[in-house]
Design a protein around this ligand. Structure first.
Ligand code: VTB
Length: 335
């Protein structure tokens, strides 16, 4: 399987996230996050449908009855081998696009069939993620102070020099208090902790660690990215309400278990692509001009460890002539 999966899928994923980013970027700052998401979903689904694979959406837009497309369990691809699990987030940070804020990305990850974790009963996970220099030094069951001390030691830095990225949420009040008491700096993000985890892992972003509670599906996508980038992620399910607590009791879900990156994505041939929608530290967003549009994408494969950045220039007039996707913003993609 490896040859097929290597040659056919790695770079094709770039086309998938590019298409989603190009269409959803039309909605930047227009205050309509559903429209930004729908445009991306339509384009992503269309391009995914042409990829030579037999894919099942494991992380998607939601359960079948609430998500008409890219729902969990949906089969995508042309149906030939390889058999893969797919995680999609057509717009990671729909509000970021709607409000024209930084770091909205379009993301797809693939791994061998049956190797991606999913827990539809619990929506959130506690997370900690670091880059390769600090891999092996974190422990989610230890306090944030302890983790910051260990990360600083591993990176030969002072805690005061560390920058934590965290979602700006009331549920992080205690975490924020502790990080501040330890003396580290914080970069708050309004949404998008997949980008946050990638920032903590990629060199040159100025971020040392991601901490806090975010979406469980986003944890799996982040784990896919980290299996390619190196670094380490640890997560734990976080129960948000009585409905989830009931599911935990009835299904004996272990909420004390710490999931490593390998627990979330166990396959060792993982492909990942992310294209910027709005400009950010990680990737440039979609820029439009009279010639068309430009995109920036990071494409990676865990087995080889290759990380590529792809700067693309798109002629929207030509694309419109050959595709069902309405790239010029003139209307909806034909579904
Ligand atoms: C995050 C983030 C997403 O949801 O996981 C977050 O990555 C967590 O949920 O972009 P809340 O927004 O409810 O805190 C998003 O912000 C939105 O899907």
């Amino acid at each position: 399987m490896s040859e097929t999966i290597d040659r056919n899928l790695a770079l094709e994923l770039a086309r998938v996230t590019e298409a989603a980013a190009l269409t959803s970027a039309r909605w930047m700052g227009r205050g309509d996050k559903e429209a930004a998401d729908q445009a991306a979903v339509d384009a992503m689904r269309l391009v995914l449908g042409s990829v030579g694979m037999d894919g099942i959406v494991v992380i998607g837009e939601g359960a079948k009855d609430e998500a008409p497309m890219l729902y969990i369990g949906e089969r995508v691809g042309i149906g030939t081998d390889p058999k893969v699990d797919i995680a999609v987030d057509p717009v990671e940070g729909t509000r970021l696009v709607a409000m024209g804020m930084p770091n909205a990305i379009s993301v797809v990850a693939l791994a061998d069939r049956g190797t991606m974790f999913s827990c539809e009963d619990i929506a959130y996970m506690e997370k900690i993620a670091v880059g390769s220099e600090a891999a092996g030094s974190i422990d989610l069951s230890a306090s944030p102070t302890e983790n910051l001390t260990r990360i600083a030691a591993a990176k030969e830095m002072k805690v005061q020099d560390l920058t934590v990225v965290a979602l700006d949420r009331p549920r992080h009040e205690e975490l924020v208090r502790e990080i501040r008491a330890a003396g580290a700096r914080i970069k708050f993000i309004p949404d998008g902790d997949v980008a946050g985890a990638m920032m903590a892992t990629m060199p040159g972003t100025g971020i040392d660690v991601l901490m806090g509670i975010g979406g469980a599906p986003e944890a799996v996508i982040a784990a896919a990215a980290l299996s390619c980038l190196g670094g380490e992620i640890q997560t734990r399910l976080w129960v948000r309400n009585e409905t989830e607590a009931k599911a935990v009791r009835e299904k004996s879900i272990d909420t004390s278990r710490i999931f490593t990156g390998k627990d979330l994505v166990s396959g060792n041939n993982v492909f990942f692509s992310a294209t910027g929608i709005t400009d950010g530290e990680l990737l440039q967003g979609v820029h439009f001009s009279k010639e068309g549009a430009t995109t920036q994408t990071v494409v990676m494969r865990s087995r080889s460890g290759t990380v590529r950045r792809i700067d693309a220039r798109h002629s929207l007039t030509k694309l419109n002539a050959i595709s069902a996707i309405r790239y010029d913003g003139s209307g909806d993609t034909v579904r």
